[in-house]
Design a protein around this ligand. Sequence first.
Ligand code: FES
Length: 227
Amino acid sequence: MESPFEILGIDADASDEEIVAAYRQRVKEAHPDQGGSAAEFQRVRAAYEELQQGYQPDALDVADAVDQTTNGESDGTDDPATADAREPSGPHIEYLNFETFSDHGWDLGDDDLFEKAAAADLAPEDYGVFSYDDGRNLLQSAEDCGYSWPFACRGGACANCAVAVVEGEVEMPSNHILSQEMVDRGIRLSCISEPISDELKVIYNIKHLPGLDDLRLPPQQFGGAND
Ligand code: FES
């Protein structure tokens, strides 16, 4: 497995300044808007987080490095499937795009949606896992990892950013537009809701569900916001 240093393209004895500079460069290159991908963006971000948390190479990493140096052979981490399998180590959010449901005949009420999604070989923007930082709401957390989730006002005044929380807990400090019935069904506004459990499963892009569709705002008036 590639070490965080290798992912950022720096030596294992890099200084803090070199790590930050490499991260800033790599995260720009990896961003989906710059020709990268959400998975690569997430991989770079996870590597930086590991270094921030005091990552130390273990014996296995050292052995791998020696093996690659002496044999000139890859350990398989160039395979995107292997790289994408890197799981976040901290609190994380497992997400699923509601717009994939019709293609697969899934229903929001299905018990095993996430198991089916995991087996369906969906694109990274439609299904996956990302880690989140304290103090960031759901929408920001997704964007931090390079994902483009829908939104308009970013202030709790529309339903463009609505998500369905299937497992785990989020805190939504205020609610002026969702009915109690929607809240009871686990619907939250991602732009004002913060995760408060270590593991969360959410379905995003549910803005066209009956009831929510009527609460949407046109994204254009918010200066290029993503719908
Ligand atoms: S974007 Fe309008 S409530 Fe979140």
